[in-house]
Each structure stands twice: as C-alpha cells, then as structure tokens.
Design a protein around this ligand. Structure first.
Ligand code: AKB
Length: 318
C-alpha cells in the first residue's frame, strides 16, 4: 500500500483530492499537510501535520516519520495573487517545489506536480494548443509553472525521480473556494447566481478558457500517478481539459436553472490581460493516448451537479 503525503491539503484541489485519496488508499496511509491548523471537517479522519514546504527540514521530518513514498505537491500561489506579490510567489512556487523534488530524490518518492494553462503565453498557438509548443508566459505564476515543468523533467532525467504532472485548466468546484486565480470567476458565478441572481464578471464576455469540474481534476491526478510508467512519453505537464468556455456560455447555461439571472461586466484590466495571454483551448490527445485521460463532465452535466450540491450547501431550493 502506498504511503502518501499531500502538501497543501487544505487548498482548493488538495481538500478534495485528500478525500478521494483516503477513500482509495485508506485514511491512515494519506498524510495531510498544510501551513494552517487542521479543520476536522475539511480534511476528514487521518493524520495531519503542519508543514511549510519552503522549510526543507519540516518536509523531511514528515517524510521520514511516515515513510512516505508518494507526494502530491499542491501548495502554490495562483496567477492573480502572484502578480500582486511576485517575490513571495516565486519563493513558494519554486523553492517549495525544489524542496519537494530534493526530498523525493533522497527518499525515492514519486511526485505529482500540477502545472497550468498559465505555462503558455501570448505567442503560443491559442486554439487547440499542442502538447509541445512555444512556452513564453508573461506572468510570474506562468514563469514559475514552466520552470516547474522543466525542473520536474530534470529531476526525472538526471536522478530518476518518478515525477508526473498535468497542466490544469480553471477548476470549478462546489466545496472549497479558489483564491487568487484568474479563472475563479467560473466558481463565483454559481454562488452569486444562487444568492443574488446577478454576477459582475471581471473578465469580458468572450474570454475563452479551458475549464474542468473538480471530480475530473481529482480523477486525472490519481489516474496519472497510477499509470504504467512505460507508456508515458511526456511524464510532466500533460495538457488536459474538459471544456473550452467563456463567461457568456456560463451565464447561458445558468439561465436554464435561474431564468432571471443577469451577468454584467466590470473588467479587471490585470486579470483580463492574464486571461488573454492564455490559450483558448488545449489539445489533450497526449494524455488520452499515454494514460487514458477522459473527462466525465461537460458544461451541462457540471452545471447540473453544481446546482444540486450548492442548493444543499447554501440551503436553498432551485
Ligand atoms: C489560475 O487562475 O491562476 C489557476 C490556473 C489556471 O492555474 N486557476
């Protein structure tokens, strides 16, 4: 049985991945870590440790204590927040990752490291962006993501560390709210639609971006770590996507459930600039071919599930 460490277990992806990992591998075999104190409800039953991944000693102690063999490294500052604090973001996103890779080399751990659509830039082909193409991002987050992809490849080739990763699009979930991302609007819009029947969107109506429902993001992370390594030609940073949508598409599907819903636009120039520098849609054929990636949700099925879950969570009838 694997012994798994989740770094950043209380974040948007970490909190839901943790539950799925504990269901699959057993609660005692999955150690949750974050820089914050535990919240029993958030992370369920199972071990929890305070770990700051920028401090290699705290990471090393926990890996030794639990004899960890697999690490899911999810601690990172997202795109919009990183633009506000570039130095802080670089330290967490790069030095935190370097520590995780170094500990993995020392203790022979496999590592999952998420990259992002942010690893592409304005001169990347925007539509059906290929797996291997130009990567000249213009945000500090994107620069940290493309550097992270290269670093993971380096640790694999140079030291034989079993590094694997995907380029996540915007992730939409009904549990933990995202924070500091450019794609966060796609989560906020559902909450605001239920609460106020109105949403002021900070991206323009035609801003086309890839998105994915959280259950598919969790499935992708686990499936890639379970994949036969002999089939993986790319290893790090597989393009994956479930839908390519814009705010108008989201507003239209929401109106099927809340006909009086209105979207208005108050564009945030910084977030718009970030979104415009990212692809409109990704080509995820390498992930499909090499480890059988296939999303379960599209815009319609995700929206149905979002409203069912959020109605219960927010105590409303739709
Ligand atoms: C963000 O918006 O920063 C993230 C991402 C696409 O990596 N959701």
């Amino acid at each position: 049985m694997k012994k798994i460490l989740v770094v950043g277990a209380l974040g948007q992806i970490g909190s839901e991945l943790l539950i799925a990992l504990r269901e699959k591998y057993g609660a005692d075999n999955v150690i949750a870590t974050d820089i914050r104190f535990r919240n029993k409800e958030d992370e369920g039953d199972g071990p929890f440790e305070i770990v700051d991944c920028t401090d290699i000693r705290s990471l090393s102690e926990v890996v030794k204590k639990y004899q960890i063999d697999t690490i899911f490294h999810l601690a990172a500052i997202l795109s919009a927040a990183a633009e506000e604090k570039p130095q802080f973001a670089w330290n967490l996103n790069m030095n935190g990752l370097y520590n995780v890779l170094e500990i993995s080399r020392e203790h022979k751990c496999s590592v999952f490291v998420p990259s992002s659509i942010a690893a592409f830039g304005p001169n990347t082909p925007q539509d059906f962006t290929p797996q291997d193409t130009i990567q000249r991002p213009t945000t500090i987050y994107g620069i940290s993501k493309v550097s992270g992809e290269l670093l993971c490849d380096y640790f694999h080739k140079r030291f034989g560390v079993d590094t694997r990763g995907v380029r996540f699009p915007g992730i939409i979930s009904n549990k933990t709210l995202p924070g500091g991302g450019t794609t966060d609007y796609a989560v906020e819009i559902y909450y605001e639609a239920i609460k106020h029947k109105k949403y002021f969107c900070y991206l323009g109506p035609n801003t086309q971006l890839d998105m994915m429902y959280m259950p598919d993001a969790v499935k992708a992370s686990i499936d890639l770590m379970e994949a036969d390594p002999s089939k993986l030609k790319h290893r790090n940073a597989f393009n994956i996507t479930a839908m390519s949508i814009n705010p108008e598409d989201l507003a239209n599907v929401i109106k099927k459930y809340i006909p009086t819903f209105q979207i208005q636009y108050r564009v945030d120039p910084m977030k718009q600039r970030i979104a415009d520098s990212w692809p409109n849609s990704l080509d995820d054929s390498a992930a499909k071919e090499e480890w059988g990636w296939k999303p379960d949700y599209d815009l319609e099925t995700m929206t149905k599930d979002m409203f069912e879950k959020l109605a219960v969570k927010l105590g409303v009838e739709l």
